[in-house]
Design a protein around this ligand. Structure first.
Ligand code: VGL
Ligand code: ZN
Length: 196
């Protein structure tokens, strides 16, 4: 790699930092259909993190009623985060002010959409496109769940060249098998994520 010239170093604007709040939705919290233990506890931490970043995005799992993501139609999950239901709403403790929302998991034919980078805004903008246009180069990631959507969002962010910081206190795991959350965290670190 060629070293940047001093002029480039002096004038290159420093990238912005975005908080990515992954799927902080009712169905992933106690009482929800795919409840994550203490999932609701991440909300106040996410609210605090908002104050430390330049911009905020939230992703949401946003499934149709019939999708290959759900057990009944060939997937592994109970129905959750079905579009328009209370379970799909963001948790009431979450402060969504100024957050741009990206919806994912909307394709009935596809058991995908674990990564927030599959998310699309109401205007049809993809998450990466939005972040790039906003001049973001660093992501702070928190939310639910550590071993699925948080992990995929972190790995995908690193792959796409963002610096990625995981807010470890602001994530919780599904832990279908005990230890999955820890394993996921290790994978994220090995891929280059930084923990705070
Ligand atoms: C998620 C399982 C199924 C998540 C979404 O948001 O982590 N997990 N769908
Ligand atoms: Zn889902």
């Amino acid at each position: 790699m060629v070293a940047p010239s001093s002029e480039e170093v002096m004038t290159k604007p420093k990238g912005k930092t975005a908080l990515v709040m992954v799927d902080p939705q009712n169905d992933f919290c106690p009482g929800g259909s795919l409840a994550v233990k203490d999932g609701d506890k991440v909300m106040s931490l996410l609210n605090d993190l908002k104050k430390k970043v330049d911009l905020v995005v939230a992703t949401r799992d946003w499934h149709p009623k019939i999708t290959k993501h759900f057990k009944e139609f060939g997937g592994i999950w109970p129905p959750h985060c079905v579009q328009g239901t209370r379970g799909a709403e963001f948790h009431p403790d979450l402060d969504l002010e100024d957050a741009v929302i990206f919806s994912k998991g909307t394709d009935p034919e596809d058991d995908a959409g674990y990564s927030g980078f599959d998310g699309v805004s109401a205007l049809g903008t993809g998450l990466e496109e939005y972040l790039r246009l906003a001049g973001v180069d660093t992501l702070v990631v928190g939310g639910l769940a550590t071993d699925y959507c948080v992990k995929e969002t972190v790995l995908e962010g690193l792959k796409r060249g963002f610096k990625v910081v995981v807010a470890v206190d602001a994530i919780r795991a599904v832990d279908l098998e005990p230890g999955n959350g820890e394993k996921a965290l290790k994978e994220m670190v090995e891929a280059g994520a930084v923990l705070i």
